[in-house]
Design a protein around this ligand. Structure first.
Ligand code: PRX
Length: 710
């Protein structure tokens, strides 16, 4: 920690100059969007759209051979399919849905008459575990490997590897389901799953699905109190856990956190948990409550190997998954069975262009929606072979991921920008040591990817030959919404490109009016889609208020509001600019924090940057940047000035941070997202009063605060 550095007393004067720049257009802005017109709208109207300043015009079309072999091969084919999905959804989705097995056929595709509560594939019955497993047993996929698991520890340099064919996975899931049934768990029972990344986590989800129980996976890195909240909110009668999981060479205890969560629930007078089912993974000591706690391996000894899948109505709930908003307690996002499975199946098939000989690895944790849709339900519904890894990317060394890709000949690799930036920081040598020639497609998800990381990913990991699918979606959307199709799209660093089938995405203003191409605004989804959320568990009002009320007063009550800012270029590519609450307003210009971060990270001496606003009398908000340097900083003041100038050159004077703080770490959630609301409080000199339970390392707040006073 090197302390706070500000540009000094000249800043206010500078800002005044920037105010002139704001309409004088002396700063450089992107190629596909222009300066405010000569008759610039007054500030109040200007502020309705988000100014986009990211200049990025590199474009990477797929190779002819990739397109030739892909499921969707041309722009025309994509356009035809997309038009049909929007204008004749019954035809498009009826056909897509018939590609997965139903236990009873559906009568209609969509009923939107009770909007915003959609009913997809009404009258149909299916079972998600039947779609993922049973359907393959009568085919040549029965003995194909479904799951390759690699544990973190490497005693004698050798990792633990387990493989399950579809037949074996089916048997394990049936047995697991019978254990749950024997404990009185059945259709509609809520079950919390608090597990490390081991095959039993996926089996637990599928076993719940098989008997119609509703799973609520809680990320294994969350604390006992986060688990307590989710158990209580969902009314979970069972918790599936493990003694512990491996993380960076040590045991991360899980069962003790479950015990603590249950004590906390009980202290509130109403603990719903009757069963704790525990997988023995690490052999760490755990406390035991014999009437409640069950070892999975012991319970499995006395169960049958067959378990009929429970027929579920299409709109029966498949799972709850909690996600946090910028305020309030986490929301239990509700996903149902039919629409979710159709969406997961189809998006996996087209976006990852999966083939029977692909080895597919999504590095997410099952605790997140990516782990649900693109580790478990989507790949298995497609009969894919997928890789699952238990531990950290830098255990026992920083080349572990590339070693795994090499060892298992991974062909499709899907990860997050935050991971890519860490790999960049760790250096090219780790990537270069591995043979990554099996890779043919790369993906990213979770946050906007800065072009420097995108290019590094393409060159160093993808060897310059693999298309990158930058996939925009959310816990709430259930599946990918905006993404390149790898055989079609000319990809652009930082753009999620085109809407997926059935997605009617638009950039609109505060009144829901579509903005011209190039103008940043609010992203809206104007039609329902199959894998959309069906509600917030137990809170219909919040569901309506959060997602469906943004444009209701403007006569558009059925536009979905994802809470992200974005722009669309003249070619129809979407550029996501981050959460709307991650947008700052300088001199009447709303700027995306992500674009300023991108400019900072494009400087050779910056590894990671987070940008937040703080109130400013003159300009409304001033820009504060927290920056992690790539090496030691000899002259901090000079570095700060250099970075300010760099942002000035990259974007414009308007976007130059008023203050740059050099730091060694940033506050992140356990999933790697920067917690900007905490930085906002620190930048403004306020006390951090918000919820910090999802913060990976709470000590960082003191460090950042202390730095601010240095
Ligand atoms: O702001 C967008 C960002 O992540 C949000 C959704 O977060 P979550 O529900 O945790 O789901 C993450 C995994 C799907 C979005 O509202 N986001 C996600 N993917 C991208 C993205 N931002 C830009 N580009 C993306 N590809």
């Amino acid at each position: 920690m090197r302390g706070q550095l500000t540009p000094g007393a000249g800043a206010a004067q500078d800002n005044r100059a920037e105010l002139d720049d704001a309409y004088g257009c002396s700063f450089r802005i992107g190629a596909t969007h222009s300066c405010p017109p000569i008759h610039a709208p007054p500030p109040s109207r200007m502020s309705e759209s988000i100014e986009s300043v990211l200049a990025e015009d590199r474009s990477f079309p797929p190779s002819p051979s990739f397109s030739e072999a892909a499921r969707v091969k041309s722009r025309e084919q994509y356009q035809r399919m997309w038009e049909e999905s929007i204008h004749e959804p019954d035809v498009f989705w009826g056909r897509a849905a018939s590609e997965i097995p139903w236990l009873k056929p559906f009568d209609e595709v969509l009923d939107w008459s009770d909007a915003p509560f959609a009913r997809w594939f009404g009258g149909g019955q299916l079972n998600a575990s039947h779609v993922c497993l049973d359907q393959h047993l009568e085919t040549e996929r029965a003995d194909k490997v479904a799951l390759i698991f690699e544990g973190e520890p490497t005693p004698d340099g050798k990792p633990e590897i387990r493989k399950y064919t579809y037949r074996e996975l089916h048997r394990e899931v049936c047995r697991f389901a019978n254990v749950l049934k024997a404990r009185g768990i059945g259709k509609g029972t809520r079950v919390a799953i608090y597990m490390p990344m081991i095959p039993e986590a996926a089996m637990a989800m599928l076993a719940c699905a098989r008997i119609g129980a509703i799973h609520s996976v809680v990320f294994g890195g969350f604390s006992a109190s986060s688990l307590e909240d989710r158990i209580l909110d969902g009314g979970c009668e069972a918790v599936i856990t493990a003694d512990g999981g491996w993380r960076r060479g040590t045991v991360l205890p899980l069962k003790p956190a479950v015990d603590e969560a249950i004590v906390k629930c009980a202290a509130q007078g109403n603990c719903p948990v009757k069963t704790v089912l525990c997988v023995k993974r690490c052999g760490n000591d755990v406390a035991w409550e014999p009437r409640r706690d069950v070892w999975l391996h012991e319970a499995l000894e006395s169960v049958e190997e067959e378990c009929e899948p429970e027929p579920m109505e299409s709109e029966d709930v498949l799972f709850l998954l909690y996600t946090s908003g910028s305020t309030g307690k986490p929301k239990g996002i509700v996903h149902t069975t039919g629409g979710y499975m159709v969406g997961a199946y189809l998006s996996t098939r087209f976006v990852f262009d999966l083939r029977d000989d692909d080895i597919y690895w999504c590095t997410a944790d099952v605790g997140w929606i990516t782990g649900h849709t693109y580790i478990v339900y989507g790949p298995l519904a497609n009969g894919a072979t997928m890789v699952m890894y238990e531990g950290a990317p830098n255990a026992p060394h920083e080349g572990r991921f590339w070693e795994i890709c090499d060892r298992h000949k991974v062909s499709v690799f899907y990860t997050a920008p935050t991971a890519i930036r860490a790999f960049m920081k760790w250096g090219d040598s780790h990537v270069e040591k591995a043979d990554l020639s099996s890779l043919r497609l790369l993906g990213t998800v979770g946050e906007p990817i800065n072009p420097a990381a995108w290019i590094w990913y393409r060159d160093k990991v993808g060897g310059g030959r693999c298309p990158i699918v930058d996939t925009w979606w959310q816990t709430e959307t259930g599946g990918i919404m905006i993404s390149p199709l790898p055989g079609v799209s000319a990809t652009k660093p930082g753009s999620a490109t085109q809407p997926f089938f059935g997605v009617d995405a638009a950039i609109v203003d505060e009144r829901g009016k579509e903005l011209p191409d190039g103008r940043g605004g609010l992203l809206a989804i104007r039609k329902p889609w199959p894998s959309m959320l069906r509600g917030i568990w137990g809170d219909e009002e919040r569901f309506r208020a959060t997602y469906w009320s943004k444009w209701a007063a403007s006569g558009k009550p059925h536009y979905y509001f994802p809470g992200d800012g974005a722009r669309k270029d003249v070619e129809g590519n979407f550029w996501i600019m981050g959460r709307v609450d991650d947008v700052l307003n300088v001199s009447g210009h709303r700027l995306s924090t992500m674009e300023i971060e991108s400019a900072l990270v494009s400087h050779a001496s910056v590894v990671e940057a987070a940008v937040v606003p703080r109130p400013d009398d003159l300009t409304g908000e001033a820009i504060v940047a927290f920056v992690i340097p790539s090496g030691s900083v000899a002259d901090a003041q000079a570095t700060v000035e250099e970075l300010r100038e760099h942002v000035g050159v990259e974007i414009g004077k308007l976007a130059r941070p008023a203050e740059i703080r050099i730091t060694t770490r940033l506050p992140k959630t356990r999933s790697g997202k920067i917690m900007r609301r905490l930085l906002r409080a620190i930048a403004s000199g306020d006390d951090v009063v918000q919820d910090t339970t999802t913060l990976e390392d709470p000590t960082i707040l003191d460090e950042l605060r202390a730095g601010g006073k240095a």
